[in-house]
Design a protein around this ligand. Structure first.
Ligand SMILES: *Cc1c(COP(=O)(O)O)cnc(C)c1O
Length: 389
């Protein structure tokens, strides 16, 4: 990767912050509970290979991704930890799942039958985790209300199929990260239904080594729901509403630098659509970052970037590749000065709140043309660029 690209716009990934966040969770769950690190969507934009390597070193028990392709990327880069594929994989790819030593989520009896037949055809055994829908209403065996008995029977049948090895069973919470009595009641009801399913299956002699349901929200709020393994994502990356409660540090810092400075007279329109006009003489910095890098256009005129000398408000509309900021009163900031979009000084959560969204969306949106710099003890230990240069 060319050095020149790095002084434009980049994301620093602090592997020590990642380690801190992992250890904070470990301390909470204790030695008996296993830790599955969620690294789907390129580890929420942080780089799945690098994050998984660090998690392996730290002793994480399991990883999870959303698709076979994401899992293959990890295996091709030497990741040996067990990997759970959370989403659907076409049954005709069963041979690859087995070959790569992956664990497939199974969310319905028909899918289990297809995987079983495919595994039989290729002469292997597929490790599976059963997904139970207790209230997320997305993937999973239906078990609520009138579906309970039928759901339990279907799960038992799926687990008894040849060439499937049912190692685990899980459910996913819809509102475990929300505060308030109603959402707490909803989460507790989801957990209660999950336990009922486990009991009913145990009555038929079907037990699982890995029962899991706790995402980051449940990690922070519901220790009684840890069961055999927790599954945090956003808490690993040091974002989300529970970051203070859990003692987390943000892992990603999105940075850019001032490429040009211009002094405009009062009455000058700035950027597309002329949404901002200078009141008096204004010292304007141009940053080589725009919405194509992951700086949401919806933040136009609503936020400031952080400079060493203080905040510099964004002026006018964020463009595809560039953004203008007000440097009036910040004479220390010069061409080449570094600015932080989000990170240690301005949490991604704060920008997410301005956009009425969640920090997940901001880190995931940092695009492939933004190089990632991996840091340990403040030093860059690896650089990676997803652009095929
Ligand atoms: C994404 C995901 C998680 C992690 O959720 P966070 O809110 O980031 O902790 C856990 N489990 C499943 C099934 C997921 O899809």
């Amino acid at each position: 990767m060319e050095e020149t690209a790095l002084r434009r716009t980049w994301a620093e990934i602090d592997l020590d912050a990642l380690a801190n966040n992992y250890r904070q969770a470990r301390r909470r769950i204790g030695p008996a509970v296993r830790y599955l690190g969620i690294v789907k969507a390129d580890a929420y934009g942080h780089g799945a290979v690098q994050v998984s390597r660090r998690l392996e070193e730290l002793g994480a028990d399991y990883l999870a991704v959303s698709s076979l392709d994401e899992a293959r990327e990890l295996r091709q880069n030497g990741i040996q930890a067990p990997i759970l594929v959370l989403g659907h994989t076409p049954p005709e790819m069963t041979g690859q799942l087995i070959q790569l030593g992956l664990t497939q989520t199974v969310s319905a009896l028909a899918k289990a039958e297809a995987y079983s037949a495919a595994a039989e055809a290729c002469g292997g055994t597929l490790r599976i985790h059963i997904k139970v829908d207790t209230g997320m209403s997305r993937l999973g065996f239906l078990v609520r209300g009138r579906h309970f008995a039928g759901g339990v029977t279907s799960i038992a049948k799926a687990c008894a199929l040849p060439r499937l090895e049912p190692e685990g069973i899980f459910t996913h919470f819809a509102a475990a990260d929300e505060d308030g009595a109603e959402d707490e009641a909803y989460t507790r009801e989801q957990f209660r239904v999950f336990l009922l399913v486990l009991d009913a299956l145990a009555d038929q002699g079907r037990t699982f080594a890995l029962r899991h349901c706790a995402n980051s929200g449940a990690l922070a709020r519901y220790p009684e729901m840890y069961l055999d393994m927790v599954r945090p994502g956003i808490a690993l990356y040091g974002a989300g509403g529970d970051r203070e409660r859990l003692g987390l540090e943000p892992v990603m810092r999105l940075k850019s630098c001032v490429s040009t400075i211009k002094i405009f007279d009062g009455g000058t329109d700035i950027s597309y659509g002329r949404t901002f006009c200078t009141k008096g003489e204004t010292r304007v910095g141009v940053l080589p970052i725009g919405y194509a890098d992951g700086l949401f256009r919806g933040l136009s005129g609503r936020m400031a970037v952080r400079t060493a000398a203080g905040p510099a408000p964004i002026l006018g509309r964020i463009c595809m590749d560039m953004t203008m900021v007000n440097l009036t009163g910040l004479p220390e900031v010069r061409v080449g000065s570094e600015v932080e979009i989000f990170g240690a000084n301005q949490p991604a959560d704060e920008l997410a709140a301005l956009l009425d969204t969640i920090p997940y969306e901001l880190t995931c949106a940092v695009s492939k043309r933004v190089p990632r710099l991996y840091l340990r003890q403040g030093r860059v230990v690896e650089r990676s660029l997803r652009l095929l240069v």
